[in-house]
Design a protein around this ligand. Sequence first.
Ligand code: NAP
Length: 293
Amino acid sequence: MTGATGFVGRAVIQALRAEGYAVRCLVRRGSERDLRGLEAIERVEGNVLARETLERGMAGCDTVIHLVGIIREQAATLSTFERIHVQGTINVLDAAAGTGVRRYLHMSALGSRSNARSRYHQTKWAAEEAVRSNPVPWTIFRPSIIYGRGDEFVSLLAGMIQRYPVVPVIGGGLQRLQPVPREHVAAGFARAVALDTTVKQTYDVVGPDAVTLLRLLDLVGEALGRARVRKVHVPIGLVRPLARLLHRLPGFPLTPDQLLMLEEDNVGDPRPFYTTFGQSPMPLATGLRAMLG
Ligand SMILES: NC(=O)c1ccc[n+]([C@@H]2O[C@H](COP(=O)([O-])OP(=O)(O)OC[C@H]3O[C@@H](n4cnc5c(N)ncnc54)[C@H](OP(=O)(O)O)[C@@H]3O)[C@@H](O)[C@H]2O)c1
């Protein structure tokens, strides 16, 4: 498994362990501490950009789960979307084919398409294309926003609601999202390992409620016990140059690429995923209360 130390990865480890699998994680040097408390897993040092570490890490594995992805590029480590999403995936696929892996599960993102506006989505699409043309039986997962304790997006909204009297909303806030709980995403990956009907299938991974950003803020507010969330609309034309200028500063919350994604709907049909993987969708308000209440 790659990306094990991340927000989603740690939940996937637990879901795999719950299904009784032995888990081996490819971990970058210096990231081992992120797996504290997750017992009975094997760690191998590696990096998706270092091909030799991948074959070594996969030797003897039945299934490869490739979760690695970035939302921000990092000049210091040469971590660009192209290198991490596309080249990283090609490296993992080559190693999987080379070591005789039986099954390959891939993490993409909802909104990935050939003519996507954001480079995040463009490169996630290019990675999907590489997956589809590889010989190892694959399954692709395309989640909308994934939420849970320690996430980036819902936690950011919750933090703003708790800290500020008025929450800034970029643009009209009418773009729709369909957040899905992290544990449901993780269970999907774990169950796909043994479900041969999921081979060569691509699943949108979305919760049951498609909500606008404005409604999401209200639901997060309700989960935090707020009677009302006051909002102020900030024109996107004002934020865009700021994001372009400041996104490399540590702590600046938004990149120009994320802004492009925030401008479009990110919704899908939850039924194929939930039916296939035998789970019940959780109303967003319930999930948010469990996360934040
Ligand atoms: N979170 C969401 O709402 C969401 C929605 C849709 C799709 N996704 C996709 O889900 C996946 C996981 O997301 P996440 O939220 O869990 O992200 P995350 O918390 O940032 O985790 C990213 C993981 O990738 C690893 N990684 C980054 N560069 C690497 C490299 N060169 N070699 C090896 N490992 C590397 C990180 O390892 P280190 O610990 O060493 O940094 C970490 O384990 C990503 O592909 C993301 O695009 C996420």
